[in-house]
Design a protein. Structure first.
Length: 223
């Protein structure tokens, strides 16, 4: 878009009207108007690219008070609900122009497994881990009220009903937006997980990879 052009955005999420104002402030764009359309059952916002009032002073959205631009997350949990939250926060930060790194370790590695993985030679212990661990995102359970998989099935149905992207779409969106996905090499060795089992776009790194990214970040989370 060119400076001064206006974009119309429609969303079904009730939190959109508050979020879009925060997004405009942080990205130095102007929120002109928000409303709710009963016929379309949609929240509507009109956004002008750039700052309408040139005298208005804004903090650079790419910097915190310490001048640290990025956002990092350690994704330790392999629970479906926590995986969804991780990628929603990651894409939200990326949409504000932040460089984002997600560091997956231990149970979080299961989130990155591809559905159609190739045959891989493993020893007995590694094969046992394969049997006990989720094979891909469709087998991830909830942290609460999983009920043998019924809770996860219910959450997926509700997400589809309310047009919320599923976990696989959230992961793809994050990678497409430049979010860096790093798998912990040490955890991979301990749990018998091979690089070939992961989806495309996953990098392999150690704790120094995470700490290096964390050093340059103003936002650090452990999920």
């Amino acid at each position: 878009m060119e400076e001064g052009e206006i974009l119309e955005v429609k969303a079904s999420d009730p939190g959109f009207t508050k979020d879009i104002g925060a997004w405009c402030d942080k990205t130095q764009n102007t929120l002109i108007e928000t409303s709710f359309d009963d016929k379309q059952k949609a929240f509507i916002a009109y956004i002008q690219k750039g700052i309408k009032d040139t005298k208005r002073q804004l903090i650079n959205p790419m910097q915190t008070s310490e001048g640290k631009e990025g956002a990092t997350m350690v994704v330790f949990s392999g629970d479906l609900d926590k995986a969804i939250a991780s990628f929603i926060i990651a894409t939200g930060a990326a949409s504000m122009g932040k460089p984002v790194t997600l560091f997956f370790t231990f149970w979080g590695l299961n989130i990155l497994k591809r559905k159609n993985k190739p045959k891989i030679k493993k020893d007995k212990i590694e094969k046992l881990f394969d049997i006990m661990l989720p094979k891909h995102t469709n087998q991830l359970g909830l942290s609460h009220m999983n009920m043998g998989g019924m809770g996860a099935w219910m959450i997926k149905k509700i997400m589809k009903k309310h047009q919320v992207d599923d976990i696989d779409t959230l992961i793809k969106n994050a990678i497409d937006m430049g979010v860096k996905i790093v798998a912990c090499s040490m955890s991979m060795e301990l749990m018998g997980i091979k690089k070939e089992e992961f989806i495309e776009g996953v990098e392999i790194g150690g704790v120094a990879s995470y700490l290096g990214a964390a050093e340059d970040s103003g936002l650090n989370l452990f999920i």
